[in-house]
Design a protein around this ligand. Structure first.
Ligand code: ADP
Ligand code: MN
Length: 179
């Protein structure tokens, strides 16, 4: 007979999107309301000394991705994790059961990134990525077996509606997972 396909004990979720679309705010609230563990991947890597070279153009650090994956493995196996990062093409597909891509209008994103003090280079790069749907397409290509849910996240009202929608979908996923 076919070997049983590997899966985590409980499902896991990816929340992705261009920097500034609201991943961390969204993930924090969602994790609290669903009793999940929110992992900001960049912070997780920094806390474990898994950052690599500094990229002066992006003013950001690369991560030792293989080492980050090794550290994540036992957590992902238990499940109930929300992975929050602007890229999602480097996790094993089997870890992930739900993929959310947050989106923001150019107006909303511009204001948020400017407030964050981004250089004009970095600001333009991220605005262009959002307009070109770079992260959404990466998510679709990385998880061909899961529908990637795109949620418009321009204001607080949309955020609340999105959280409620994701909570409903998550609970139904958990029920199916248990059977
Ligand atoms: P990301 O983690 O995707 O970079 P953050 O969650 O850090 O984004 O949010 C970026 C900025 O936008 C923060 O100042 C945050 O308060 C604000 N923000 C996030 N979501 C919303 C929203 N739905 N409406 C208005 N402002 C938001
Ligand atoms: Mn963030």
């Amino acid at each position: 007979s076919e070997p049983q396909e590997w899966r985590p004990i409980r499902p896991n979720m990816v929340i992705t999107g261009t920097p500034g679309v609201g991943k961390t705010s969204f993930s924090t609230e969602l994790a609290r309301e669903l009793g999940l563990r929110h992992i900001e991947v960049g912070v997780f890597a920094r806390e474990r000394n898994l950052l690599a070279d500094h990229d002066p153009l992006r003013n950001a650090f690369y991560m030792h991705e293989d080492a980050v994956l090794d550290e994540l493995e036992p957590l992902m196996t238990d499940g109930g994790i929300i992975l929050d990062h602007h890229s999602c093409d480097w996790y094993p597909e089997r870890w992930i059961q739900m993929v959310i891509c947050l989106r923001a209008s150019t107006e909303a994103l511009y204001d948020r990134l400017e407030q964050r003090g981004y250089s004009s280079h970095k600001l333009n790069e991220n605005m262009e990525a959002e307009i070109m749907q770079v992260v959404f397409e990466e998510a679709v290509n990385s998880y061909p077996n899961i529908p990637v849910l795109q949620l418009q996240n321009d204001n607080e009202e949309q955020k609340r509606r999105n959280i409620n929608e994701v909570k409903r979908l998550w609970r139904s996923l958990v029920r199916r997972f248990e059977n």
